[in-house]
Design a protein around this ligand. Structure first.
Ligand SMILES: *Cc1c(COP(=O)(O)O)cnc(C)c1O
Length: 413
């Protein structure tokens, strides 16, 4: 489902008219569709039906408490990469026992926090980290369940979208060395080696590299079991992409999961995934108001009140977000840069883009902004971070209020 559609020329999210949200909540403003988030989560959960599994939503994609609560109530687990994300999950009512802790630089404080809360397991990225987790667990009188994050070195020549699953990358432990790491870790008193995990990259529009990684990890599980290490869990990470540009391909999540189920059939493995972007990206949009139009030489600019401090993906990755008017224009289209107020040339939402010929006072939406949007927002230029709105059918609520000027100086003296 696409929760955003035009009805008689005005853009809706589910049954809510976005112009009303922009007027009442103000701009810039993130809007999320709860139905779309739940539908994407269920695509994973139902796609894995019949196989023992848990889907761990990757909190870093969008950590708003209302979204986390929605997913927790639907039965999701969570993949976290910091103590702060664990705090968010717990505040939202998530169960610590459904949390996996990933990331290459977990601190002592974060590990102790996670051990005390009783998370499900750690995805470990180095031998030194496993040693620290073991020592801290022993001191707390606990045993930590651990999966090693394997770097499967999936061939980039055949799969150009891979970005974290290669040898030369900081993530994971080289698959050629990982068996010896398991063997040495097996004698540590504070850890139980329960799993094998990987996460090979993000925004993969083709699932083939993930299947290739799964095959490599399954062969590894067999070898580890052969050495007497009783692996019971296989975590294949996240990474499936979404079409940011209309008409682009989208990965068939259900077909991918069905293929994985076939691969692991009869292997007695609990299956885990950590999708982030593919759950929330398409459920969200960033609303902005047009402030000014201006022309410099041959270039046309549409200056809006949202900037790289609200949505940094275009500035950071030259990412594409479709820009739609909240009311379809009677004045045709224009090719322009859609830019924000921040003092950086990189502050744009779109460059050289044909968009509706919107005028000052009109509202626009940057689409597919539900993932890696608000979570990367900053206060640069002393800009308060935007509010966030959750839509459910014909209802909508502000689930994070806009920051105030007082918020900007909180904690300073
Ligand atoms: C970022 C991340 C994810 C989620 O990735 P998406 O591309 O958003 O699905 C999952 N697992 C780990 C370890 C990550 O770092």
């Amino acid at each position: 489902m696409n929760p955003f559609e035009y009805r008689e020329g005005v853009l809706y999210c589910e049954d809510v008219e976005l112009l009303k949200v922009a007027e009442q909540a103000g701009t810039p403003c993130y809007v999320y569709s709860s139905a779309a988030v739940l539908e994407r989560y269920r695509t994973y959960d139902e796609g894995l039906a019949g196989a023992p599994h848990r889907v761990h939503y990757a909190v870093k994609a969008n950590g708003n408490l209302a979204l986390l609560r929605l997913l927790a109530q639907a039965g999701a687990g969570f993949d976290i990469v910091s103590g702060g994300e664990l705090y968010r999950v717990l505040q939202a009512g998530g169960k610590p026992g459904d949390v996996v802790f990933s990331g290459v630089g977990k601190t002592r404080d974060e590990i102790e926090y996670a051990l005390n809360e009783g998370i499900h397991s750690f995805n470990c990225e180095s031998e030194a980290e496993i040693g620290l987790i073991s020592a801290l667990a022993v001191r707390l009188g606990k045993t930590a369940a651990v999966a090693l994050r394997v770097n499967p070195d999936v061939d980039p020549a055949t799969h150009p979208y891979i970005s974290t699953g290669l040898k030369e990358n900081k993530f994971g432990i080289d698959i050629a060395e990982v068996e010896d790491v398991y063997q040495r870790a097996a004698s540590l008193p504070g850890v139980r080696l329960t799993g094998v995990s990987c996460h090979i990259g993000s925004q993969l529009l083709d699932a083939a590299p993930l299947v290739e990684a799964a095959r490599k990890l399954l062969a590894l599980v067999d070898r580890l079991r052969g050495r007497g290490i009783a692996i019971t869990e296989l975590d294949l990470g996240g990474g499936l992409g979404v079409p940011y540009e209309p008409g682009n391909a989208r990965p068939d999540v259900a077909a991918f999961l069905s293929g994985i189920k076939d691969l692991v059939a009869g292997k007695d493995l609990f299956l885990m995934f950590e999708p982030g972007r593919s759950i929330v990206a398409e459920a969200g949009a960033l609303l902005a108001r047009v402030l000014y139009r201006k022309r410099n030489g041959d270039k046309e600019f549409i200056i809006v009140d949202a900037s790289m401090t609200d949505l940094i993906r275009p500035a950071l990755y030259e990412a594409h977000h479709q820009i739609l008017p909240l009311r379809q224009s009677k004045f045709g289209s224009v090719t322009a840069d859609i830019v924000g107020p921040v003092c950086e040339s990189g502050d744009f939402l779109a460059e050289n883009r044909e968009v509706a010929n919107v005028l000052p006072g009109d509202m626009v939406a940057a689409m597919t902004a539900g993932a890696y949007g608000f979570v990367m927002a900053s206060n640069y230029n002393a800009r308060p971070r935007p509010c966030e709105v959750l839509v459910d059918g014909a209802e909508w609520h502000v689930v994070r209020r806009r920051e105030s000027l007082a918020d900007l100086v909180r904690g300073e003296e």
